[in-house]
Design a protein around this ligand. Sequence first.
Ligand SMILES: NC(=O)c1ccc[n+]([C@@H]2O[C@H](COP(=O)([O-])OP(=O)(O)OC[C@H]3O[C@@H](n4cnc5c(N)ncnc54)[C@H](O)[C@@H]3O)[C@@H](O)[C@H]2O)c1
Length: 238
Amino acid sequence: MRIALIGYGKMGKAIETIALQKGHEIVLKIDLDNAHELTKEYLGKADVAIEFTGPSNAVDNIKKCMDAGTPVVSGSTGWLERWNEVEQYCNTSKGSLLYASNYSIGVNLFFELNKYLAKLMEPYGEYDVQMEEVHHTQKKDAPSGTAITLAEQVLKQIRRKKLWVNQEAGTPDELQIISERTDPAPGTHKIKYTSDIDDLEIIHTAHNRVGFAGGAVLGAEFLAGKKGIYSMKDVLGL
Ligand SMILES: NC(=O)c1ccc[n+]([C@@H]2O[C@H](COP(=O)([O-])OP(=O)(O)OC[C@H]3O[C@@H](n4cnc5c(N)ncnc54)[C@H](O)[C@@H]3O)[C@@H](O)[C@H]2O)c1
């Protein structure tokens, strides 16, 4: 498969290593210094693009891939307030998008576990629920995209919580997410249920970026040749 890498930072480099190991070819590498090369002509040489740049430029990059007719796997976080706009753009341009706030297989299994635990805990109002996430200090957004996905899953099940807040909860209906930034930390997420009697918690800790990069390459293999919008649930058949 011929891959275009958009964003050649920590994730772009980790994805390149895995893609080459799997026998794929990198036909285009775009970073800030050659961003003008993200054109229809260059993108046309790729079967699929993998976009990991960050919150500010993700939407423009994704739209350029759709304009060029190149399926795009995006992992950039911190832009989902524009999701509806991107979804509409994908539909009108007949584009292809795979998006996940987290591409690691372990985290996607953790999402399923989180939903199941929240469903079990819903009837037991004596338990409060809180979240924590830890990432490296260069991370631009807080809370992490993964923490937001986890929080939304909890809010869907636990009716006594109405909204998430990225600080200490002020009222019992707020789901608190505490974000900690420290180095090195590829990513830890914890969901904790506490009562006077006992505590239950589930934790996912990434040891490195290999899981995210491997999942993104798997996602690219899945997306090439398809139209429409997909998630890691589709890739993993969950
Ligand atoms: N979904 C996931 O599984 C997952 C996993 C890890 C990181 N992320 C997210 O991916 C993004 C990138 O993470 P990273 O750790 O590689 O960051 P990074 O800062 O190491 O790399 C980002 C790169 O993108 C480049 N860039 C910025 N704007 C650009 C543009 N307009 N065109 C081309 N290149 C541009 C930067 O110069 C940089 O080299 C972040 O939003 C991060 O939160 C997602």
